[in-house]
Every structure is written in structure tokens, then in C-alpha cells.
Write a protein that binds this ligand. Sequence first.
Ligand code: NAG
Ligand code: NAG
Ligand code: NAG
Ligand code: NAG
Ligand code: NAG
Ligand code: NAG
Length: 532
Amino acid sequence: MKGSFHGLRGKQLSVLLITIVFMSILVWSWEKNPFRTTFLHPQNIWLPLSSDIQTKAHLETTVTSQPPESSGIDKSSIAEEVTIKDLDKRQFQVAPSKGSPWMADVGGNLTSHVEEKEEPKKVIKGVEPEENDTAESVTESGGKQEHDSGVDNSKQEERINFQVPPGSEHINATLPGENYEKAPNPEENQAACNFAKGKWVVDDERPLYSGFSCKRWLSSMWACRMTQRMNFDYETLKWQPKNCQMEEFEGSKFLKRMQDKTLAFVGDSLGRQQFQSLMCMITGGKDRPDVLDVGREYGLVKAKHAVRPDGWAYRFPSTNTTVLYYWSASLCGLEPLNKTNPATEYAMHLDRPPAFLQRFIHRFDVLVLNTGHHWNRGKLNANRWVMYVGGARNTNKKIAEIGRAKNLTIHSIVSWVNSQLPKYPRLKAFYRSISPRHFVNGDWNTGGSCNNEMPMSIGKEVLQDKSSDVAAESAVRGTKVRLLDITALSQVRDEGHISRFSIKGTTGMQDCLHWCLPGVPDTWNELLFAQI
Ligand SMILES: *[C@@H]1O[C@H](CO)[C@@H](O)[C@H](O)[C@H]1NC(C)=O
Ligand SMILES: *[C@@H]1O[C@H](CO)[C@@H](O)[C@H](O)[C@H]1NC(C)=O
Ligand SMILES: *[C@@H]1O[C@H](CO)[C@@H](O)[C@H](O)[C@H]1NC(C)=O
Ligand SMILES: *[C@@H]1O[C@H](CO)[C@@H](O)[C@H](O)[C@H]1NC(C)=O
Ligand SMILES: *[C@@H]1O[C@H](CO)[C@@H](O)[C@H](O)[C@H]1NC(C)=O
Ligand SMILES: *[C@@H]1O[C@H](CO)[C@@H](O)[C@H](O)[C@H]1NC(C)=O
């Protein structure tokens, strides 16, 4: 009796011992790596992985060819450099898009959707400058397009104009954790490190800021927390590069590193998303009344009849750090052909940098360029952009092909920036690869959708060596401009788009182009931060 009792105690003791040892290991690993411990989110680990076939289908987008339209190219003369003021009038004017859900004004009943955390958003009445962005984005895929609801995704995807080199699209499913915890030390590894390879993991420290806050910088139409969306799993994902350590983003570290420096985003609305994301990341979404609006220094002021300025610039006085965004959807020089005619066409100089960039590049320490989604016939027509090459109206039919014209511009801008680097040795220039769209069964205006709300990419490795954005990769090759390659890693995040959600419940078109914030563009900034 006693013996067996003692035996039991012995057993209990060893159980206790084992428990203690186990707990110590847990605590130790927690201390080492508090937020990488995925067991806190068991439901997410076991999310079904989307079939490889599906992922591949996503990735095997297209060898680009020309969109199914062509428009006559008329001739006209060359005008002079455009001024920022001139651009104000046209740059944001786009083809009308009726019934876009994202055009809904900001007057909805929000209270019912606001969960825990912050106080409900105050309803803002009236016109926010951002509101018309969406108009811009709606047309981002072009004017009229084939209305056959035919499921020709390859055709739809053509407009993305990027390709995956055959055989390079390995996305392997592995369990989280493997091979990752022991990332080599950054110094020895950074050179060989390709941040575009890796996988998405769940991180309970995410998101880096709240989608309820950051109101000064985050457009309400992109703050999915303000919409009817209920699933926010996408906010908890973090990109974990393979074979390299990515420094944790910290606003204070960023500012310190950027002491007396200026970071400029120049590009389309996806560039603007990255800009807003960065502002929110730096501030943690907290109010920062000390941050100065210095747009005026860069001519970024709203013109009389403009919906909004051409960009925004903010300065953190504590470190004298400036972060700015300039809207240049085409990333090439634009000039009105007849300055006195409000309905003028614009010369779209495929081989010239935007005037803004020429004027201010000497003030930038970090430059992040992007373009892509305005390169379609509908956009060009709506904006009355007419292609010019070598200062003359383009008559070369091959160049007139959208994909090639875009390719020409990407190569031109990268090559021009590269040519400036010797003059500005402190400048670090990046070209950000294209942000993928996820319209399924149609396009933005033909009922295309992206209804998946669940992260399907957790733990799956993105391992391709080459960028999915062939034009971007080839443009930076042999230059000192670096590729910020976000295409493949964003490609597997179809659940992260605005989708059908808006502030006001609406039916109709979906936004499978822009991303919810906080969300995927935060990762682009983490990759950027790790490389500056
Ligand atoms: C807003 O929604 C809540 C909850 O659904 C409802 O009780 C309230 O009456 C609504 N308010 C307005 C102004 O529609
Ligand atoms: C968008 O801008 C146009 C002028 O370009 C204006 O008439 C319209 O009211 C704006 N729409 C919204 C929702 O602000
Ligand atoms: C990764 O994918 C490749 C090609 O599909 C396959 O040959 C390989 O076995 C996979 N590796 C793992 C670890 O699953
Ligand atoms: C802030 O930084 C800029 C360079 O970006 C420098 O020219 C300027 O003198 C700095 N201002 C102060 C107050 O240090
Ligand atoms: C420019 O536009 C104005 C106003 O529409 C027009 O009167 C003028 O003839 C145009 N000039 C040229 C050179 O086309
Ligand atoms: C893109 O432009 C570069 C430089 O002009 C050229 O070498 C390359 O072949 C072009 N690529 C395509 C797909 O047209």
C-alpha cells in the first residue's frame, strides 16, 4: 500500500518534473521569440491550404500580349514641360464609373461594425479627397472591356502584364517553423538574401497599427475595419523571408535611420497605399500632432478645382525625417498639348521621367517607384494620354502595344534614375514590382470578384528565384536601382483585398486591386525597411 503510494508519488514527481522541464522550455522559447509562437492561433495553422493547382493557376498568369483594343494614334505637336499646376487639372480626372461601391460616401452607419478596441469612427460627412481615388482605381483596369462573363482569366490577367517564368513557381507547403527559426545572422546573410522568398506565418503581434485609427493618413476606403468585413485574419500574417532575417519594423528605428532624410514614393494608387501604410507604421497609428504637413515645399498643394493635391509630404520634426508620396500613375513625363484647352490631350513621354522627379530627386534619400495598373487602353483614353517617344508622337505600332509601352517606360525610368545615382550617391532607389490583382470570373467592371476572406497561404513557401514581374526585373538588371519584389508574395494573399466591402453596404463591383490596411502593403514596407 505504502509502496504503491510511494510509487504513485514517484510517478507524480516525475510527471511534475517533466512538466516543469516542459514549461521551462516553453517559457524559454517564448522569451526568445514571444510572438512567433504560432500555437496561439491554432485555428489558423490548420487553415486549409489552397490547392497547389489553384495557386499555380494564380501564378501562371500570362504571357503578355496586347489588350484586345487598339486605337488610332493621331498626330500633333510637342509642347513644353508641364508644370505641377497643369497636371492638377487632369491627372486625377478619370472616366466616370457609375455605381462603384468604393465611391460610396463616408456617411454609413458604422457603429454596428465596430468591434472592441477603439471608439466608433466619427462619421465624416462631405467629400474627402480620397473618395475619388476609387474612381481612379475603378478605371484602373481600363474603360470598356469584353462583357462576356466568360471565365477567361488569362485574358483578364493579361492586363497585369507580368509573367512567371515557366517552372519557377514553386510554392511548397511546409509546416510553419521549419527551417526558419535558425535564420543565419544578417550580416553574413544579407548579400545572398532574397526577401521575396519565404512564407507567410501567423504573428500575434500583428497588425502593426489599428485599422480603426491612423485617421490622419489612412484613407477610410482602405480601412477595412470600417467596413462590414468580419474576418480580419489577414491582419495577423507576417512575411518570413527564407534564409534571411528581416529586422522587425519599429517606427523609432525607422526615424533614427532616416534622420535628416527624405523617403519618396512615386507611383500610382498602390504606391499611395504603401505611403499611407508607412505613415501608419511609423506612428503606430497613434496621433502625432507634431508631424508637419510640408507638401508646400514640394508643390503638393491642392489646386483650385482639383479634388486633391498631387501628393502629400509629412515631416517628423524629432528626426527631421520627411516621407512623401507623389502621384504619377504612368511614371513618365506628362505634358498638356494645348495649355489653354481644358480638354487637351497629354503627351505621355514614355521615355521621360515625371517632371516632379527631375525637379526633386536631388532631395531624396530613398526613392520607391511603381507603376502598372494604369497601363491599359481604357485608362489612356480616359486620361487623354497620347504616347510620345523621343519627343515626338509615337508612330511605331510595336511600341504602341500597351505591354511594350509600359516595358519601355519602366526601363526608361529605371535607367534614368540609375543615371542620376552618381550625382546623388546617398540616394537608394527602388523599383517596386507590380502588385497583383485577384479578380476572378470577370474584371473590375464585369462582375469580377475576390470573395475569399481566409488566408490560404499560411506556411506555404514562395520559392521562385525570379521575380514574377519580368519587366521590372529586367529593368533593374545591371543597374544600381534595386527591385522591391513584392509580386509573388502578394500573389498568394488574395484574401487581403478590399473585395466587396465598403463603408456603406453596396452591391456591385469589387475592389480586388487595392489592399486592406493594415495589410499586405505593410509587408512591402517591412521589406523596404530591411533594405535601407
Ligand atoms: C445603426 O445600426 C445599429 C445596429 O444595427 C442600429 O441599432 C441603429 O439604429 C442604426 N442607426 C442608424 C442611424 O441607422
Ligand atoms: C469626384 O470628383 C468629381 C469631380 O471630379 C465630383 O463632381 C464628385 O462629386 C466627386 N465624387 C465624390 C464622391 O467625391
Ligand atoms: C517542393 O515542390 C517541388 C516541385 O513541386 C517538389 O519536387 C518538392 O518535393 C517539394 N518539396 C517539398 C519539401 O515539399
Ligand atoms: C533637415 O534635413 C535636411 C536634409 O534632408 C537638411 O537640409 C536640413 O538642414 C535639416 N534641418 C535641420 C533643422 O536639421
Ligand atoms: C488650344 O485650345 C484653345 C482653346 O480650346 C484653342 O482656341 C486653340 O486654337 C488651341 N490651340 C491649338 C494650337 O490647337
Ligand atoms: C523591354 O524593354 C527592354 C529594353 O528596351 C528590352 O530589352 C526587352 O526585350 C523588353 N521586353 C519586352 C517583353 O518587350
